[in-house]
Design a protein around this ligand. Structure first.
Ligand code: MN
Length: 475
């Protein structure tokens, strides 16, 4: 159980003393408001508020967000109103609390509720991304204490976590949070599959742990010998839910999975990353095509790291991930970390909003039919993503199974409309070709061509491309 003292400890080390008073006041207000209330787990309700604020403090979110974390259930669950919160804490905090409260009030069941929930999420994002982050911090604690909840409600919450909250955390670059949410929801949503995966990896995990410890010792010695600074070196077990998904893609064969445990090395800065990679490759031969430089070419969601898979003297393969402290914090806290390093103070600022948020907001405005809306969202947000390149080396992110036409329309509507052919990795390919991560795509155009073919609607898979083709055909 997290106490207010735990929360204060983090705050004292990260913020100025006089500013922390805001959070202390919020704590006293929330304690008073929730006095006497208990959660089904038997705990005093205030501990849920503290845990939510604690999660936000760990992400180093700003103090108004942390205060709102403490107050987030006050208007919904106590005698105090939003107006009271506003009178005591002002407009900014009241608006954050109002946003979180709105996300929590669900009226619909099934498909309707799902769509409704998504819409609320996107509207909240548009207003202020901090609302979503507070909601995620709240959800994390709810998932950690899910055992205390009624059974039918449990499944609903876990499902929602897997289908909505985890993908959103992922899109905000909060990978650690995403994997934690997934692993907490997994046993509730897919109990049998969970039991299967857990049983499957049990023995392998023991041998793999011993193996990665050996690798770690050798790597550590090498790094010390070359006087390379590292802050942290440790084996990291793949989270169960991603392992389950990967197993499904690999014919349920555990032997085809090389990254059950990866060795992760954290260093002070970027140049150290490459020094470490050099030392690792001097010791062990890398597998062809498995060296990935996400530092020079980050994933569009911001992920940066060096990955390599090497053959070791034990006749086995090891995956090694190298990143700087800053990259590691970014991987953990995503967009919240950016607000620190890049000094984007206001996450709600339209200018700093990721393009995919803007795009989803467009969809949410134009599509009123719920079933149609979900279809679009599933395509654009929840499908697995691939990363392809323009001939100039710009990274473009598309959903899995995207075609050169999706790529063309993603670049520009005119390029799509005038498309007459495509080269993938310098080879002429059909427009129906399914792109893969790492492909370099060149679109051939004819400036006299004005209209797309109607049957392109059956080829493209992104809703943006479909929309643009339909528009052009109507003209
Ligand atoms: Mn809550």
């Amino acid at each position: 159980m997290t106490t207010f003292e735990d929360l204060k400890k983090i705050l004292v080390s990260n913020y100025a003393d006089e500013d922390i008073n805001l959070v202390i006041r919020a704590f006293h207000f929330a304690s008073e408001a929730h006095r006497g209330q208990k959660r089904r787990t038997g705990e005093d309700y205030i501990y849920h508020a503290i845990a939510t604020a604690y999660n936000l403090a760990k992400m180093k979110m700003d103090l108004p967000s942390i205060a709102a974390g403490l107050l987030h259930d006050v208007p919904e669950d106590t005698d105090f109103t939003l107006e009271d919160v506003k009178n005591v804490f002002g407009k900014e905090i009241a608006e954050l609390v109002a946003g979180v409260t709105k996300l929590g009030t669900l009226k619909y069941r099934g498909l309707e509720r799902y769509a409704e929930n998504l819409r609320k999420m996107f509207l909240a994002m548009a207003k202020d991304l901090r609302i979503i982050i507070i909601k995620l911090a709240d959800r994390l604690h709810n998932m950690e204490t899910l055992d205390g909840v009624r059974e039918e409600k449990r499944l609903r919450i876990a499902q929602e976590t897997l289908e909505i909250f985890a993908p959103i955390a992922n899109r905000l670059g909060m990978f650690e949070l995403k994997t934690r949410l997934e692993d907490l929801a997994f046993p509730y949503v897919y109990p049998q599959e969970y039991a299967w995966v857990k049983h499957l990896v049990q023995d392998r995990l023991k041998t793999e742990t011993r193996y990665i410890e050996k690798i770690q010792k050798i790597a550590q010695k090498d790094l010390n010998k070359h006087n390379v600074n590292y802050l942290h070196i440790k084996g990291r077990v793949k989270n169960l839910f991603s392992l389950y998904q990967k197993l499904l893609r690999k014919g349920k064969d555990l032997n085809k999975i090389y990254d059950l445990i990866a060795l992760r090395i954290i260093v002070p800065d970027v140049t150290d990353c490459y020094s470490v990679l050099g030392i690792i490759h001097k010791r062990w031969t890398p597998l062809k095509g498995r060296v990935k430089d996400y530092i020079a070419q980050p994933k569009p969601n911001g992920y940066r790291s060096l990955h390599t898979s090497v053959f070791t003297e034990f006749g086995k393969i090891a995956e090694i991930q190298i990143r700087s402290q800053e990259m590691d914090e970014e991987a953990e806290y995503g967009i919240a970390a950016h607000s620190r390093y890049k000094e984007i103070k206001n996450l709600g600022n339209k200018k700093t909003q990721p393009t995919w948020v803007k795009h989803l907001l467009d969809i949410q405005k134009t599509i009123t039919d719920n079933a149609e809306f979900i279809k679009h969202i599933k395509n654009d947000l929840f499908l697995n993503r691939i990363f392809v390149f323009t001939p100039k080396g710009d990274v473009i992110e598309l959903p899995e199974n995207a075609t050169p036409l999706d790529f063309a329309y993603h670049i520009h509507t005119d390029i799509g409309n005038r498309c007459v052919g495509a080269k993938v990795n310098e080879q002429m390919t059909a427009l129906t070709h399914q792109l893969k991560s790492g492909d370099v795509i060149e679109i051939l155009t004819d400036k006299n061509r004005k209209k797309p073919n109607a049957d392109w609607l059956n080829i493209v898979i992104t809703s943006a491309a479909k929309e643009k083709i339909r528009n052009q055909l109507r003209k």
